[in-house]
Design a protein around this ligand. Structure first.
Ligand code: HDE
Length: 686
């Protein structure tokens, strides 16, 4: 697939001044072997520009990938908000979305265990609205003043700049063990949500409680949720670690390729609405960003959908230079006093000023509103606009323009929500923010058995990388407040005694939190399947399987020991899509082993093919093995009970068992793919 868009044809190379250049391969020099001359303005300009190509990366969320698309509401929300982009069913608003990891620098791997940023810029007719969220609905801290401490702790350690893209190190766990308000978020971070299969398969959350405001100034609390059509799916940890080496660009490639191939990712936007009168109706504080509103208490109302259908043309110009800001709101959307949000409203503008080199970054194409812009801001680095006329207000010489939009009232004018505020000037956290464990327990209670197992394993891994014994012990002590089994399981892995569980408030469960209940509504669309073949493969079966799966929307690739083609059983040939050594099973969702005595013999003798199948099995992925292909499973020393004798559908290992047709096997594989993983299979790597 040719995805690189070449520069326009027939354009001659010029200098920055537009002067045509005759040669950009040889600097001007005195004689063929003489010194280079300062006079060569093209050479100097070219190198000088190059020397200044880099800008500071984001202090957090440095690594990301973005795409354009649109948002459209299902119905008017005018009852709750005067936001123009939510006022009419089907009204399309262009968007740019950037997904990111938090900890690692720009060049770090995609599949690390981390929170993912999910930032959306809506280019509305009434100005830009940025919903700068994450793929987890809560945060590590309650007050923005702790953010520098938190980020210093999670980032690479200051003396040796390790580890890259990982939270499994002493300073992070030291901080969190001393900051119990992080416990709920740690549960999410240690869950599979932190290792998504794809950006396209993540939920997104606004995290804070925001406020919808109607034209007549009535407020309603609102929490935002993005829900992916493809379901919420994750990698397993071992797989994520291998993928980080096999394809550090795993997530950005996945997003890019889906959009290039016309398989546009889609999310539904939902809102939880809470009347202002119910501000104190919950046993937690709506202003506390370490809490969710359980969906069973306030259902998520779907209000529209977002489709991403266009890749950027230039990563730097668009994805790198995009500047999100929580304070970019439009009429009808306002803040609450969430102390985390209040701090963010300061931070994003501040950070862009240095990252994008001055105050004019909103003039960059990706940041430019589609709404008209008129103000008296002038000059500064990189000013793109030639402003005519007066530059102060009030004025008479400029006809009084730009005038206050609000003086005559009318729609489309931002007016801050009129909230009554009074209080002492104090540095005190509200008592209503003090329960740090109940919702961590709620999360734990809501997980299925395999999700719980993964959480325990993740805590063991992370704390196992922590050298300080007292940090490990303190953290296990905190977990005893969440759940006794969790704390005991983690303690066991660390060789520590199980702490006594600490009783807390009674807590139920929220089924909406489990990935078991967040399945795809789009079947197996865009799921990637590898078919292993060699000379002597039964090509008719491969073709039948491929057709069946492709029709259902999957992407099927044929892999052999080398590129080119393989010979079939009928002396026909089959083209190879990928050479096995360039790929790995972690880059696919399912694996098919083709039939054919000679081919299976060759694959069973190829350690790369055996490992391919073994890893797919141990990562819980669906496997379809045609005819004699089971020899490969035996060679990989996989638990035979799973694939010998029956098709064992519960474990997602499908065999043709001598009689099933290739089509039947493909259908069974498609059904297994819809389940994503088989977490109860024996012999799994977590
Ligand atoms: Fe951010 N955050 N953040 N953050 N954040 C940044 O802004 C900050 C927080 C989030 O794709 C920075 O342009 C403070 C919560 C995303 O460009 C910076 C606090 C949530 C992105 C910043 C928070 C986020 C950022 C770094 C504590 C989820 C990437 C570069 C109050 C709701 C946006 C930049 C993109 C980026 C500050 C907490 C999400 C430094 C002070 C909570 C998705 O301004």
């Amino acid at each position: 697939m040719a995805q690189f868009r070449a520069a326009p044809a027939h354009e001659a190379l010029t200098t920055d001044q537009g002067v045509r250049v005759d040669d950009t391969d040889n600097a001007l020099r005195a004689g063929t072997r003489g010194p280079t001359l300062l006079e060569d303005f093209h050479n100097r300009e070219k190198i000088t520009h190059f020397d200044h190509e880099r800008i500071p990366e984001r202090v957090v969320h440095a690594r990301g990938a973005g795409a354009y698309g649109y948002f459209e509401p299902y119905e008017s929300l005018a009852e709750y908000t005067c936001a123009d982009f939510l006022a009419e069913s089907g009204r399309r608003t262009p968007v740019f979305v950037r997904f990111s990891t938090v900890q690692g620098p720009r060049g770090s791997a995609d599949t690390v265990r981390d929170v993912r940023g999910f930032a959306t810029k809506f280019y509305t007719r009434e100005g830009n609205y940025d919903l700068v969220g994450n793929n987890m609905p809560v945060f590590f801290i309650q007050d923005a003043i702790k953010f520098p401490d938190f980020v210093h702790a999670v980032k690479m350690e200051p003396h040796n700049e390790m580890p890259t893209g990982a939270s499994a190190h002493d300073t992070f766990w030291d901080f969190c063990s001393l900051q119990p308000e992080s416990t709920h978020m740690l549960m999410w971070l240690m869950s599979d949500r932190a290792i998504p299969r794809s950006f396209r398969m993540m939920q997104g959350f606004g995290v804070h409680t925001f406020r919808f405001v109607t034209a007549d100034g009535r407020g309603t609390f609102v929490k935002f949720h993005w829900k992916p059509r493809l379901g919420v799916n994750s990698l397993v940890w071992d797989e994520a670690q291998i993928a980080a080496g096999r394809d550090p660009d795993f997530h950005r490639r996945d997003l890019w390729e889906a959009i290039e191939s016309g398989q546009y990712p889609e999310w539904e936007l939902g809102v939880q609405l809470v009347p202002e009168n119910d501000e104190f109706a919950f046993d937690f504080d709506l202003l506390d960003a370490t809490k969710i509103i359980p969906e069973e208490q306030v259902p998520v109302r779907p209000i529209g959908r977002m489709v991403l259908d266009r890749n950027p043309q230039n990563f730097f110009a668009e994805t790198e230079q995009v500047a999100f800001h929580t304070a970019n709101v439009v009429p009808g959307i306002d803040f609450t006093n969430d102390p985390l949000l209040q701090g963010r409203n300061f931070s994003y503008l501040d950070t862009q000023l240095i990252r994008l080199g001055g105050p004019n970054f909103s003039q960059l194409p990706v940041n430019r509103p589609i709404a008209d812009v008129h103000h008296n801001h002038r000059d500064g680095f990189g000013q793109q606009v030639i402003h005519p006329g007066t530059n102060y207000f009030p004025n008479s010489l400029g006809g009084g323009c730009p005038a206050h939009a609000g003086s005559g009232g009318g729609p489309g004018v931002f007016r801050h929500y009129a909230q009554r505020v009074d209080g002492e000037k104090i540095r005190v956290r509200s008592d209503s923010f003090q329960d740090h464990y109940s919702q961590a327990t709620l999360f734990w209670n809501s997980m299925s058995d395999w999700e719980k197992r993964h959480i325990v394993e993740a805590f063991r891994f992370e704390l196992g990388k922590v050298d300080s014994v007292q940090v490990r012990e303190r953290m296990v002590g905190n977990l005893a407040h969440v759940n006794g089994d969790l704390a005991a399981g983690v303690a066991d892995g660390l060789g520590l005694p199980a702490p006594d569980p600490v009783p807390g408030l009674p807590v139920t469960a929220s089924p909406a939190l489990s990935q078991e209940n967040l399945r795809s509504s789009a079947g197996i669309r865009t799921r990637k399947v590898a078919v292993l073949v060699a000379d002597g493969t039964d090509t008719a079966q491969v073709t039948a399987v491929r057709e069946r799966l492709t029709t259902a929307g999957a992407i099927v690739e044929v892999l052999a020991a080398k590129d080119g083609s393989v010979r079939g059983t009928d002396n026909d040939t089959l083209d190879v899509d990928r050479a096995l050594p360039t790929m790995a099973s972690v880059l696919y969702d399912a694996v098919v082993v083709a039939d054919g005595k000679e081919a299976v013999g060759a694959l069973a003798a190829d350690p790369a093919a055996v490992r391919f199948v073994e890893e797919a099995y141990r990562h819980g992925k669906p496997l379809a093995v045609l005819g004699e292909g089971t020899r490969l499973l035996s060679e990989a020393k996989l638990p035979e009970a799973v694939f010998l004798g029956s098709s064992a559908p519960d474990h997602g290992v499908i065999t043709s068992n001598g009689s099933a047709s290739a089509e039947d096997v493909a259908d069974a594989l498609a059904a297994a793919l819809e389940q994503h993983r088989f977490p109860h299979r024996p012999g799994l790597l977590n």
